[in-house]
Write a protein of this length. Structure first.
Length: 253
């Protein structure tokens, strides 16, 4: 064969390498996912055949997964989270996670009893929820009538007047402390008029005057009755008038 017809040695080696590469590609098992790339040290021995490559892949697949954490490790992790919370470090959550957590807190609060917007916001801030997220979640709950300060003020006024015998002054102070604005407070207190308030005061005094001992010392009894009504928010003139008249009706002038 003339020299010009002989194949170039470098081309022969390149063709051989290409054939080996294509052979490896055809023999590689299908996985339906991205191939796992295993870094190999330059000093380590490279697989020289398809069989060696398959054996290496089999060893990788046979490697057991990392063991699940033990009960002790899980307990230690819980204790570490508890220590972090008690240390006062803010909880690292994304905005979406904070929204979800805030919604859960509000649902638990409202399930227990009705709350004002201020009470709910205070609870979320106490749990270190960002203020803007707290306001956003509360506003959303108000849109679907789960939070309603007007409804709360009216129901609170009726309940406190009936169950505790509170006068409008005491109820007004409570509503303000819960974040109800003055306009809603005034509207809620319209449910109680002067006549109803005085009648409730007389009922409270009559209960206190049941023991015969309350008729022994008139002045002392009146001081106790006026003090009791004052603590419930009744003004001084009404309290003294009711106490005096009810004592006279019970024990005589």
């Amino acid at each position: 064969m003339p020299d010009w017809a002989k194949p170039d040695p470098t081309e022969t080696r390149a063709d051989a390498d290409e054939n080996v590469g294509s052979s490896l590609e055809s023999d590689r098992p299908e996985r339906g996912r991205q191939p796992i790339i295993i870094p190999v040290s330059r000093k380590s021995k490279q697989p020289q055949s398809v069989e060696e490559l398959r054996a290496a892949m089999a060893r990788i697949e046979a490697t057991p997964p990392p063991p699940a954490p033990t009960k002790k490790e899980r307990r230690e992790a819980r204790e570490a989270r508890k220590v972090a919370r008690e240390s006062g470090a803010p909880e690292e959550l994304t905005d979406d996670q904070w929204h979800e957590k805030a919604r859960g807190i509000l649902l638990r609060q409202l399930t227990a009893s009705d709350k004002t917007a201020k009470q709910l916001k205070d609870k979320l801030i106490e749990k270190e929820c960002p203020e803007d997220i707290a306001e956003e979640v509360i506003e959303r709950y108000a849109e679907i009538n789960l939070v309603d300060d007007e409804r709360f003020a009216k129901s609170w006024t009726v309940a406190r007047a009936r169950s505790k015998g509170l006068a409008r002054g005491a109820i007004k102070h409570e509503l303000r402390s819960k974040g109800i604005d003055d306009e809603l407070v005034a509207e809620a207190l319209e449910q109680i008029d002067d006549e109803a308030e005085e009648q409730r005061a007389r009922e409270l005094v009559r209960v206190k005057l049941r023991p015969e001992s309350m008729g022994v010392d008139r002045d002392r009894a009146l001081r106790r009755l006026v003090g009791m009504l004052g603590r419930k928010g009744y003004n001084g003139s009404m309290a003294f008038k009711v106490a005096r008249e009810e004592w006279n009706d019970r024990f005589g002038a």
